[in-house]
Design a protein around this ligand. Structure first.
Ligand code: PRT
Ligand code: ZN
Length: 209
């Protein structure tokens, strides 16, 4: 199972695995850690690498944001939504601008780390815009004069407010998902079904608490 080695999804991924009885020693943060009581190994990776590692079969399963899966366009099965890491991918513009719909973006420069999802959205609306790929601090692009708008992850919305931006289109509602390689063996499928069964039970008992 590939999980994020550090970052926003790491703790909750480990907590979920722990909750379903898969115990790993997370104090020794190694590339590969073996569960002590279940036939799985955890592969600790950057979230960007998880979809492709699962698609090419180096990992059987993965826990990663749906946003990464959609952006990388890897051929994996989305098994379940996991109920944490909730966020949305949004288009945002300077708060003083008047928004009249997606055609607002015609000929505009949009900064993002998610060019593929953005291009798909713009194409679906028939809007031609310039997509500027930026890997960090996308939200400062309009004030820095690098772009007219941004397409980025939003959760509370406070980053947008702090940068005098407003959200005008939600393109993807995301959360952490369990993904699986496509050509999974019968043996691995059995382990996956056991994991899903335990995850469902954990969800139900959480609901009852
Ligand atoms: O190092 P690595 O590549 O593994 O991690 P990373 O830095 O690429 O990702 P990380 O750890 O920041 O986020 C991992 C995943 O968490 C994302 O892919 C999303 O699926 C999910 N997630 C949930 C978020 C947020 N919430 C979030 N708020 N990812 C990023 N943010 C950032 C966003 O980029 C923006 O800068 O938080 C800011 C907005 O937050 P608000 O609350 O101000 O709106
Ligand atoms: Zn990343």
């Amino acid at each position: 199972i590939a999980i994020q080695s550090k970052g926003r999804l790491n703790e909750e991924s480990l907590a979920l695995l722990n909750e379903i009885g898969i115990e790993v020693d997370s104090s020794k943060r190694k590339y590969l850690t073996k569960a002590c009581n279940f036939p799985v190994e955890l592969l600790n990776l950057r979230d960007d690498d998880i979809p492709s590692v699962v698609a090419n079969g180096s990992a059987t399963l993965g826990i990663v944001g749906l946003n990464e899966v959609e952006e990388k366009g890897c051929d994996v099965e989305i098994v379940d939504r996991l109920g944490f890491g909730a966020c949305r991918l949004c288009l945002a513009i300077p708060k003083t601008e008047i928004y009249n719909g997606p055609e607002y973006f015609l000929g505009k420069r949009i900064a993002t780390s998610y060019p593929n999802i953005l291009r798909r959205f713009l194409d679906s609306k028939g809007v031609e815009a310039e997509v500027e790929v930026i890997t960090g601090s996308v939200e400062i692009a309009p004030a820095a004069g690098i772009a007219d708008a941004i397409f980025d992850i939003v959760s509370s919305g406070s980053t947008l407010v702090a940068n005098s931006l407003k959200e005008v289109e939600t393109v993807l509602e995301s959360e952490a998902v369990l993904i699986c390689r496509k050509d999974i063996s019968v043996e691995d499928r059995q382990i996956l079904e056991e994991i899903r069964f335990r995850m469902d039970s954990a969800k139900i008992s959480r609901g009852k608490k």
